[in-house]
Design a protein around this ligand. Structure first.
Ligand code: ADP
Ligand code: ADP
Length: 234
């Protein structure tokens, strides 16, 4: 059964006659343990859909039903405070430009999520941050700040920060766009592990066709319409 459902989502931007639809009646289900790829041309509504499903952007109409500790709840019917708590507990978001804190070391980027997000104590946060950085092959980079890291290393830190709290839902916006394919492939394998080994629902927006063999489900978005497409192996 799905643990996150987008139902009849509509989103427009602008006012009056300049009003344009970014999403026109989009429905989509995410399942635990699956990695879903969302492709489509620039301006087709991918970022808008990701933002709505992750609880960052409110739809004009429609629902986002998400499993919140065992019950499906409408994310956009929650109070702002409830939605914030839900997002902190259950969602991880990987932004296109990494969005790392320039002044913090790799370890601190992860620790802060655990301390602020779930109130972990310092020793626990440090242990879990180190464990995740080791898994990502960043053993030697724990005390480095973003400026001292390569693009691939920064992206792995950003993924570690999203993964370290073991979220039920992972959202990734063009996670490989700034990377060469060797690093891009590592990133996709990490997202796939989050789904296949940890049981997360992973939704990944990308232009990169090389990702197709690594995903379970493939959707194409065009002009605000979503369509499921067969995978090359289907
Ligand atoms: P991409 O194609 O890489 O997803 P875009 O260049 O379409 O990104 O948009 C980048 C960001 O700028 C989007 O997340 C969106 O919120 C914002 N944006 C896009 N188009 C407009 C617009 N016409 N007016 C204001 N903001 C926009
Ligand atoms: P994609 O991620 O596929 O590039 P977006 O979701 O960013 O698409 O944008 C979908 C459509 O909505 C585009 O026509 C874009 O220009 C428009 N749009 C996105 N964000 C904004 C915004 N903040 N204000 C106005 N128009 C926007």
């Amino acid at each position: 059964t799905p643990n996150l459902r987008g139902v009849n989502l509509v989103r427009t931007y602008g006012d009056g006659t300049a009003r344009r639809a970014a999403l026109r009646d989009v429905s989509v289900d995410l399942f635990p343990g699956q990695i879903v790829l969302l492709m489509g041309p620039s301006g087709s509504g991918k970022s808008t859909l990701l933002a709505i499903l992750s609880g960052l952007l409110e739809p004009d109409t429609g629902q986002v039903l998400a499993d919140d500790d065992g019950t499906l709840r409408d994310v956009w019917a929650m109070t702002d405070q409830e939605r914030e708590a839900y997002r902190r507990r259950h969602t991880g978001f990987i932004f296109q430009g990494y969005n790392l804190f320039p002044a913090l070391t790799a370890r601190q980027q992860l620790e802060i999520v655990l301390k602020w997000g779930e109130g972990a104590d310092s020793a626990d946060a440090r242990r879990r941050a180190d464990e995740m950085l080791d898994r990502l092959g960043l053993e030697k980079n724990k005390n480095k700040k973003p400026a001292q890291l390569s693009g691939g290393e920064k992206q792995r830190v950003a993924i570690g920060r999203a993964l370290v709290k073991n979220p039920s839902f992972m959202f990734a916006d063009e996670p490989t766009s700034a990377l060469d394919w060797e690093n891009g492939q590592k990133v996709i394998e990490l997202l796939r592990d989050a789904a296949h080994q940890r049981g997360a629902s992973v939704l990944c927006v990308s232009h990169d066709h090389r990702i197709l063999p690594f995903v379970d489900v493939y959707y194409h978005l065009e002009d605000g319409h979503l369509e499921r497409r067969p995978l090359p192996t289907d």
